[in-house]
Design a protein around this ligand. Structure first.
Ligand SMILES: [Zn+2]
Length: 79
């Protein structure tokens, strides 16, 4: 089970488990979205998505800019 501790509180994010993951959002750049063909291939679109997770305790976010095999960058309202 993939779990990363939040640097801002005692909470964490969990990147594996239930599908859909209720603390996960998916991002895509405007350019990549518009570069998609008119008929959307969801599998291809999903592969371009950047994964964002919210801390289970403080709502800070962790974004896996370089993919799920790299460490996330954390952000909160004070940083
Ligand atoms: Zn937190």
């Amino acid at each position: 089970m993939a779990k990363f501790n939040c640097p801002y509180c005692d909470g964490f994010i969990q990147t594996s488990g239930l599908i859909p993951n209720l603390s996960e959002s998916l991002l895509i750049s405007d350019k990549e979205f518009h570069d998609e063909p008119d008929k959307i291939d969801y599998e291809s679109l999903y592969k371009k998505m950047i994964h964002l997770f919210r801390c289970n305790s403080c709502n800070s976010i962790a974004i896996f800019w370089e993919g799920m095999n790299s460490l996330p960058t954390w952000y909160n309202e004070n940083s």
